[in-house]
Design a protein around this ligand. Structure first.
Ligand SMILES: [Zn+2]
Length: 216
C-alpha cells in the first residue's frame, strides 16, 4: 500500500500513521527522519540538507526529491510506504509521480484527515504538560486527579507556548497555505480521500481502512 497522509497539526495524523504502518507493515517515511538519518551517514546530500536546516531554511526541492528517490530504492519499501510531511508543494508532488512512474508503480491513496479549525484549537489549547516529567494531560479529555497537578509526581502542569490558541491558529494558517495547492493537485487527479478527524482515533482509523478497502 502506497499512501500519503496529510492533515493539519492536532488532527490525529500521528496516531493514524502508527495504525496504518502496523496494519500494512509498511515503513513510515517523514522527510525529517530521512534528513536525520543522512546526517549520521555524512553523505553529501545529507551534509547539504543539514546546512539548510541549521540555518533554519527549508531544504530545496531538488535535494529533498533526491533524498526521497534514494529512500524509495531501499528494499523495505517493496510492500509500500506511508509518506508524512512530503510532498510539501506541487513541485515535490510532480517529482514523486516521476520517481514512482520510473519504478513502474503509483500511489494507492492520498489521505487527508481534517477537522474544523475551532475544534483543533480547542483540542490543542486544552493540553497541559507536566513541568517535571513531561506527561501530557487535557483539560477535558484527560484530566489529572487534582487540577493543575501531575498524577505521577505532583509536578505543576503548564501550557506550552506551542499549544496557546494564537500559536495554534497561526500554525493552522501556515499549514493551509502550504498544503492547499498539493491537495488541489491530488484532487484533480482524483487521488484524494477525505477523512473526518473530528471523532476518536479508532473511528478515524475505521474510516481510513474502509476508504482504502473501497479503492481496491
Ligand atoms: Zn509529572
Amino acid at each position: 500500500m502506497r499512501i500519503i497522509l496529510m492533515g493539519p497539526p492536532g488532527v490525529g495524523k500521528g496516531s493514524e500513521a502508527e495504525l496504518l504502518i502496523k496494519s500494512f507493515q509498511i515503513p513510515h517515511i517523514s522527510t525529517g527522519d530521512i534528513f536525520r538519518e543522512l546526517y549520521k551517514d555524512r553523505t553529501t546530500v545529507g551534509k547539504i540538507a543539514k546546512e539548510y536546516i541549521s540555518r533554519g531554511e527549508l531544504v530545496p526541492d531538488d535535494i529533498t526529491n533526491e533524498i526521497v528517490r534514494h529512500r524509495l530504492s531501499q528494499p523495505d519499501v517493496k510492500k509500500g510506504f506511508l509518506f508524512d510531511g512530503y510532498p510539501r508543494n506541487i513541485e515535490q508532488a510532480k517529482a514523486l509521480d516521476e520517481i514512482l512512474a520510473k519504478k513502474g508503480c503509483k500511489l494507492d491513496a492520498v489521505i487527508n484527515i481534517d477537522a474544523p479549525e475551532e475544534q483543533i484549537v480547542e483540542r490543542i489549547s486544552g493540553r497541559r504538560v507536566c513541568s517535571t516529567c513531561g506527561a501530557v494531560y487535557h483539560i477535558h479529555s484527560k484530566k489529572p486527579q487534582v487540577e493543575g497537578i501531575c498524577d505521577l509526581d505532583g509536578g505543576q502542569l503548564i501550557q506550552r507556548n506551542d499549544d496557546m490558541p494564537e500559536t495554534v491558529q497561526r500554525r493552522l494558517r501556515i499549514y493551509k497555505d502550504q498544503t492547499a495547492p498539493v491537495i488541489g493537485y491530488y484532487q484533480e487527479k482524483g487521488a484524494i480521500v477525505y477523512i473526518d478527524g473530528t471523532s476518536t482515533i479508532a473511528h478515524t482509523h475505521a474510516q481510513v481502512m474502509k476508504a482504502l478497502g473501497e479503492l481496491n
